[in-house]
Write a new protein. Structure first.
Length: 190
């Protein structure tokens, strides 16, 4: 377990410092002080390291989003969108390794992890928005899934424009998501 943690920590540091291309299995092993031949004992390839590290990030994001939505402090639909957007943006800005995996290092396993995360968070946000009466209960879950899919693509664009996430792109993402969700909101909640 200690060696697996050392490998993941080394990969995270390389991703944060030098980007996705630099975080090879060989470089990760060197950083962790583990010979490349021994690396294969813990991870079959780089993609397994990437996936395990992204799982760690997604688990933490899941916890943070759950905690943020457990304390309903939003008074409007826009504030609810801002809570989730701000949380994701802050996390990605503080964890470049997550940004590198989420947007740069995309391969089938990472794509599946992101898709599953987005779907779970879409359902969570749907329940929250319905409970807070920001959208009616007959709002299709598909609408929230699309919000997360579009949001992921816009965040990708924002982080390609700037390593810290381009603020103008993020603002446009907020506007787009809020405007779309407002088409489902009742007149009372707008």
């Amino acid at each position: 377990m200690e060696r697996r943690k050392a490998i993941l920590d080394a990969a995270e540091a390389l991703l944060a410092e030098q980007g996705y291309e630099a975080a090879t299995l060989k470089a990760t092993g060197e950083r962790a002080g583990i010979p490349i031949a021994s690396m294969y004992h813990y991870f079959a390839d780089r993609y397994q390291v990437d996936a395990e590290l992204l799982r760690r990030h997604l688990s933490e994001l899941d916890r943070l989003i759950g905690a943020a939505l457990a304390e309903p402090r939003a008074r409007t639909l826009r504030e609810a969108v801002d809570i989730v957007t701000d949380l994701l943006l802050d996390y990605l800005r503080r964890h470049r390794s997550c940004t590198e995996l989420w947007f740069t290092g995309r391969h089938a396993t990472l794509d599946e992890l992101v898709r599953a995360f987005d779907e779970a968070q879409a359902e969570r946000l749907w329940h929250y928005l319905v409970e807070q009466r920001f959208v009616p209960a007959d709002t299709p879950l598909l609408a929230l899934r699309l919000v997360f899919e579009v949001g992921t693509r816009l965040f990708d664009s924002a982080f390609r424009r700037s390593p810290a996430g381009d603020d103008a792109t993020i603002d446009e993402a907020r506007r787009l998501v809020t405007a779309y969700l407002e088409t489902y909101a009742s007149e009372v909640t707008r």
